[in-house]
Write a protein that binds this ligand. Structure first.
Ligand code: XUL
Length: 573
């Protein structure tokens, strides 16, 4: 009998991220068969981008050319074709887009999209006429401080905005971006027929018509009322300025509640040009962070720590407890669940700075001295319980969580968290290797502990499993300290697909979207097919009672230290 690998249906997942477009093709049983990618700097440098974006420093704008993404779509499909991908077997497509970015379509664009000629490329047909504006603001853009102030004030306070939309105002969020776009280019705003996110932009290209927003990615706009499940009209009105609520409502269109099913069949352009089956379904695409939590059957109480240039912490949770310090989104597949996210600017780079103060290792592992120092330093730098516990904040870049300027701060406290004091002396690079990692993870513990509960009556609240993705997930010392500080009753695990988690999450979403039985959840369907031994590896045992308690005892002091640093910011204003 021919195997499913040779015969069965296939699913395609994309990840349109800042620097690359990745594609992964998998079977119904989640086996990865084909992969391809386009790297914008390496393959499409003619757009003049660096690390995938253009920067206008004077206005703190960061943006990407939409034409580059279109060119990347044809290129990545071409690369999959060269690897022998049988496109006609692909039954469903989904994917992820970098969050918050927006694409401004013209009226003509909608029409051309539905009428593409398979003999010409996407870029030849769409670049000139399909967009009211050639660029998409990127999540690293910081040009919208005024607009954020207006958003934070619009409903009364940042707390209220977070309550309604899941986040306080952020520079990168689409609502403040649209508000600035409207002010800066009023005529282009008026010539814009539809606005999509990056996720719905990519879905639109495959669908051959403008795709609706996804229920999770829409929460990255500061425009969606999560509890009401509707646009927050006062915020739309604010963003649309004198053009008024209806102008923006029309440009945004609908939001689909169901993360599964099909938005429609693939556009005939791809059927004729690449030999896709005409009934290949396009499932809703989502944001890259929501797609990351779909790269495995994440259960409530499990957490993902993404250790890249920045650090993100993701959890799926039934609790909606918004706060200006973090983000809540609707879960991308499962109604009644939410995605909790912390997004730090300082992560890998801050650790590298501490590493570079240590002697250079003679071995090829540039982290070996850092790791040795981190593991040979006792928790909180205390040789005995009567020693002061060391707490620090290491932010070479201005930080979002908490919102403070760049700087390094060192404090000490007693083992029970009392007697917090500024430390006048530095502690030396050896001790700091541990303290910086502890500090990054204490911040995660502080902000996530309200979302966790006791996994069993005899255990304190903490995550169940902690999954690590991104470059830092390869570092055993970091895994160990994460286990020390955050616990994890079922241990700390490393996800093998590391850097490809979003594209894989997109492909899993396509499988679930097309193959689910009535009422079957993503977690159930993927959970049944997912082979743990092939996908993840346990890298630390996680919860250890004594050390977990020691960190718990200083958590309040850590919070107090942040408060003191924040108060210092106000004093310095
Ligand atoms: C999340 C965020 C980034 C981008 C990266 O709020 O801005 O993680 O989604 O692509």
């Amino acid at each position: 009998m021919p195997s499913q690998i040779d015969q069965g249906p296939l699913y395609l997942g994309f990840d349109l991220s800042t620097q690359q477009l990745k594609a992964i093709v998998i079977t119904s049983s989640l086996k990865v068969l084909y992969e391809a990618k386009v790297d914008f700097d390496a393959d499409l440098s003619k757009y003049g981008i660096k690390k995938g974006v253009n920067v206008n420093e004077a206005e703190r704008e960061v943006y990407a050319p939409v034409a580059m993404w279109l060119e990347a779509v044809d290129l990545v499909l071409q690369r999959l074709k060269e690897k022998g991908t049988p496109f006609q077997r692909i039954k469903g497509i989904s994917g992820a887009g970098q969050q918050h970015g927006s694409v401004y379509w013209s009226k003509a664009g909608e029409k051309i999209l539905g009428d593409l000629n398979p003999r010409d490329t996407l870029i030849d047909q769409l670049e000139k006429k399909a967009f009211a504006h050639p660029n998409s603001p990127n999540w690293q853009d910081a040009s919208t401080q005024k607009e954020c102030d207006a958003f934070d004030a619009a409903l009364g306070s940042p707390e209220k905005l977070a309550q309604v939309t899941g986040s306080k105002a952020h520079h990168r969020f689409t609502g403040p971006q649209i508000m600035r776009f409207h002010k800066k280019y009023p005529d282009i705003y008026r010539a814009t027929s539809r606005i999509t996110l990056v996720s719905s932009f990519l879905a639109s290209v495959f669908l051959g018509k403008i795709a609706v927003f996804d229920i999770s990615d829409v929460c990255g706009m500061n425009l969606w009322d999560i509890n009401a499940g509707a646009w927050c009209e006062p915020l739309l009105t604010l963003a649309a300025g004198e053009d008024g609520l209806d102008s923006l409502k029309q440009k945004l269109g609908e939001v689909r509640e169901d993360g599964g099913g099909s938005l429609g069949n693939i556009s005939s352009y791809f059927v004729s040009r690449y030999n896709f089956a005409p009934d290949c379904g396009i499932a809703p695409f989502t944001g890259d962070n929501p797609a990351t939590i779909l790269a495995l059957p994440l259960r409530p109480l499990d957490a993902i720590v993404s250790l890249g240039t920045s650090t993100t912490f993701l959890m799926s949770t039934p609790k909606y407890l918004p706060d200006p310090a973090y983000h809540f989104f609707n879960h991308p597949t499962t109604a009644g669940l939410y995605m909790f996210m912390l997004c730090y600017k300082n992560g890998g780079l801050a650790r590298e700075k501490v590493r570079d103060n240590l002697p250079k290792p003679t071995s090829s592992d540039s982290w070996s001295n850092f790791n040795e120092a981190a593991l040979s330093t006792p928790p909180l730098g205390q040789k005995s319980p009567s020693d002061p516990a060391k707490l620090g904040l290491y932010f070479p870049l201005p930080e979002i969580v908490p919102n403070v300027r760049a700087g390094t701060w060192r404090y000490t406290c007693a083992s029970d968290g009392s007697d917090l004091q500024v430390s006048e002396k530095k502690w030396g690079a050896e001790a700091e290797a541990r303290i910086i990692v502890e500090s990054q993870i204490l911040s995660l513990r502080l902000r996530s502990h309200n979302l966790t509960h006791k996994p069993s009556p005899d255990l304190p609240p903490q995550p169940r499993r902690i999954y690590l993705v991104g470059g830092g997930s390869l570092n055993p010392a970091i895994a160990r300290i994460i286990g020390d500080v955050l616990g994890g009753t079922e241990g700390v695990w490393k996800l093998d697909v590391g850097g490809n988690a979003c594209a894989l999450g997109g492909a899993y979403k396509a499988v679930w979207a097309m193959e689910r039985n009535k009422g079957e959840s993503f977690e159930d369907l993927i959970g049944e097919r997912w082979k743990e031994s092939e996908a993840v590896e346990k890298v630390d045992e996680g919860y250890r009672k004594d050390v977990f308690e020691r960190y718990g005892n200083v958590l309040k002091a850590f919070e107090e230290m942040e408060g003191d640093v924040l108060a210092g910011e106000e004093r310095n204003l």
